[in-house]
Design a protein around this ligand. Structure first.
Ligand SMILES: [Fe+2]
Length: 193
């Protein structure tokens, strides 16, 4: 079993309190709350045999919605909350780029998949369709070429496919604490406040 060091414990405690608190709200989702979406995402990442960094990225990919003050459904008001950048920047205090960069790119990955896979758009939930146009819609050729140069694009695409899978009210709902081993394995020692 992985045990937290004194440097890692604040990371785990802070994340747990966010997911026990604000993440019990919907924040742009309609079928399940953000905590359920997070643990279901991490469940699928683990089940697919992805590395610990992507299990943690899946678990925390929407934390940007929970650390801003733009209300719980800014897309309905026509605002893109830029949660991918807010979340990735906020998480930098705890994690390296293997966790933060797929999170930063997961919205770009949605736009990319909608562009290069004709049937991907049809698989999107209503929530994802609502936010897509605010996020820029399908990519231009130039944007696709730029995305292909991103070093963390493969993780971001895997994360984005999981994102869409993990909105099932009848799907698996593990406890947030079940992912403590991956959090502790990937938290950057000495960075947590
Ligand atoms: Fe998500």
């Amino acid at each position: 079993m992985t045990t937290a060091t004194s440097d890692q414990q604040p990371t785990l405690d802070t994340l747990t309190s966010i997911y026990d608190g604000r993440a019990t709200g919907q924040y742009g989702l309609t079928l399940i709350n953000q905590r359920a979406h997070a643990v279901q995402s991490a469940y699928h990442a683990r089940a697919q045999g992805l590395p610990a960094s992507l299990v943690v990225a899946a678990l925390l990919h929407d934390i940007g919605h929970m650390v801003h003050d733009l209300g719980d459904h800014p897309a309905a008001l026509g605002t893109d909350d830029q949660h991918e950048n807010i979340g990735a920047d906020w998480l930098k205090r705890y994690f390296g780029p293997g966790v933060t960069e797929p999170i930063r790119l997961h919205v770009a990955a949605k736009r990319y998949l909608c562009t290069v896979e004709p049937d991907y758009f049809e698989k999107l939930s209503d929530d994802s369709i609502e936010s897509l146009s605010l996020q820029g819609g399908r990519m231009t050729e130039k944007e696709v070429a730029a995305f292909m140069q991103e070093p963390y694009r493969e993780g971001a695409v895997a994360l984005r496919r999981i994102d869409e899978l993990a909105k099932d009210p009848n799907g698996p709902m593990p406890q947030f604490g079940e992912f403590a081993p991956e959090i502790l394995q990937t938290a950057v020692l000495g960075v947590a406040p």
